[in-house]
Design a protein. Structure first.
Length: 129
C-alpha cells in the first residue's frame, strides 16, 4: 500500500507542475486595433484578462496603479483556456481632465498562478479626456 500511495503522490505533484495557464491583460480583446480600457464616458478602466494557456485558472487578482498612486487590487474570476474575464475600476479624477493619466495593469498581480509565461502580465497605457 505504501508504494501505491507514493505513486499517487508523485502523480499529483507532477500534474500540479505541468499546469499550462497564462494570464495577460488585453487592451483590445476584439482585435480591432483600438484600446477599450479607458471608458471615459463611464469613468471606468475596463480590463480584459485573457488566459492564453491550455488549462483553467483559478481565482486570482488583477492589480491596477494610476500614475504613482496606490495599488487597486481587483478580485478576478477563474478564466477558462482561451477565455476572457473583465474587471473594472473607477478612473481617478486626474484621468478625466487635463492631460489625463497613465496606468499599469498587472494580471495575476500577486503571482499566485503558476504560469507558462510570467513576463507578459503587465500592460501600461494612458487615458486622455
Amino acid at each position: 500500500m505504501r508504494g501505491a500511495a507514493c505513486l499517487l503522490l508523485a502523480a499529483v505533484l507532477v500534474s500540479g507542475c505541468a499546469k499550462k495557464m497564462d494570464l495577460v491583460p488585453a487592451p483590445d480583446p476584439a482585435g480591432a486595433g483600438v484600446s477599450t480600457m479607458c471608458q471615459m464616458e463611464r469613468e471606468l478602466l475596463l480590463v480584459s484578462v485573457i488566459n492564453r494557456g491550455k488549462d483553467h485558472t483559478y481565482s486570482s487578482t488583477t492589480v491596477v496603479r494610476f500614475g504613482d498612486g496606490p495599488e487597486k487590487v481587483l478580485p478576478t474570476h477563474p478564466v477558462p483556456p482561451g477565455g476572457t474575464v473583465q474587471v473594472s475600476v473607477t478612473l481617478p479624477p486626474e484621468c478625466l481632465s487635463g492631460d489625463g493619466c497613465t496606468y499599469t495593469v498587472t494580471a495575476d498581480g500577486r503571482y499566485d498562478i503558476p504560469e507558462t509565461d510570467e513576463d507578459n502580465n503587465v500592460y501600461r497605457g494612458s487615458c486622455r479626456p
